[in-house]
Design a protein around this ligand. Sequence first.
Ligand code: PLP
Length: 404
Amino acid sequence: MKNHILELINQEKEREEKTINLIASENYTSKDILKATGSILTNKYAEGYPAKRYYAGCEIIDKIEQFSIEQAKKTFCAAHVNVQPHSGSSANIAVYFSNLKNGDTILGMSLSSGGHLTHGHKVNFSGKIFNFIPYNVSPENEHLDYNEIRILAEQHKPKMIVAGASAYSKIIDFAQISKIAKDNKCLLFSDMAHIAGLVAAKLHPSPIPVSDFVSSTTHKTLRGPRGGFICCKAEYGKNIDKTVMPGLQGGPLMHIIAAKAIAFQNAQTKKFKDYIDQVLKNAKIMSKTFQDLGYRIVSGGTDNHLFLIDLRNKNISGKQAEELLEQCNINVNRNTIPFDPASPNNPSGIRIGTPAITTRKMTENDCITIVHWINEIINNKTNENFLKKVKAKIEEFCKKFSIY
Ligand code: PLP
C-alpha cells in the first residue's frame, strides 16, 4: 500500500525547494533537528519535570530535558527556563495565567501596529479573558511610541505590560519599557518569538535582564523545531512550571524538547552569529532596493530580519500581491500596515523576512535579484506570459540553493 502522507511530504519538500520563502516567521531547520523531531522520543510519556515525573522509565528523558533547559539558560543568560510549551501561543497563555487573574488590565501592542494575536486581540483568548489596552506605533514615524506606553500605563495602572511584536522592523527598547513597568509597579512580559535568534546572537538588545517573563518560539529566527519556551526571573520559576504542567498541558513533547536543545546549542556558535548577521544584511539591502524602486517601507526601513511594504501607491492589495507572488513561486504574507484603512483580510501591505532565504545561503546580490523580480511581477500582474517566464527563472534560481 502506498503511504499517502509520505507522498505528500515529498511533494511539500519539492515545493519548498522550488520556492523563494520570504515569510518572516518561517525557516528551514537542520537535519539533526529533523532527526530529533522524527525520533523514538515521541513514544514517551513524561508528565512532570526532571526528577519529578508521574511516569516510570524517565531516566534518559530527564537527562534530555535537563540538557535542553541548561542550553536555553546558557544561550539567553536566563535564571529559569521552561522548555515544555508546545508553541509560542501556549507559552504566552502560561505567562498570563501564572500571575494574573481574569479581567486584569494589560497593555499590549495592537495587532495593526505589529503586535501578535496573543497580545490582546479580541478574537483571541487573551483579549477575551483579560482587559487589554492596546498601544500603537507613532503615526508620524511608525516607531514604537514609548511616551504613549508611559501615558497609558499611568492612566490604566495595568498589572502587566507586554512588549514584543510579529511585524515591527525597528529595535525594541526593552530597557525603556522595563523602566515604565517599574515606575508603574507592574510586571514586564517580553515576547521575543520573532527576534530570539537575533537576541541569541547578541545582535538585538536582550529582553531577559530587564523583564520578569520572556516567551519565545523556537522555529523562527532561532531555526529550531516548532515549539515554545519561557524564561523568567528565578522567583517566578515555580509558578511558571506549575502553570505549564499541570495547569495547561499534560505530557511534554520529548522529541521536540530534544530538538530544542540542539537549536539552543547551535545558537551559541560563531556560525549562527554569522548567519544572523547575514539575515540582517539581507533584510537591509532588500528594503533599500524596494525604496529605490519607489516602494514605501513602513517605519522607514529595517533594523531586524523583516520589514513591511505599504502597497497603496502600487495599485495592488496585500492579498492580491501575496497570491500573485505565490503564482510565481515567491511566498510572502499579506499584512496590515499601521492604521491600515483596509480590512485585515485584504490589508494594504505585505511582510517580508530574510531568515529562510539566508539559511539557503542567499546573500545581498541574490536579494537584489529577488526584489527586482517582485517589482516586475507587480508591474506586470496581468501579463500571464511574463509571469510564467519569471516563474521558470525562479525555479531555476532555486536549484542553486538546495535546502537539504
Ligand atoms: N508571539 C509572537 C510575537 C509571534 O509572532 C507568534 C507567531 O507568529 C507567536 C507568539 C505564536 O507562536 P505560535 O504560532 O507558535 O503559537
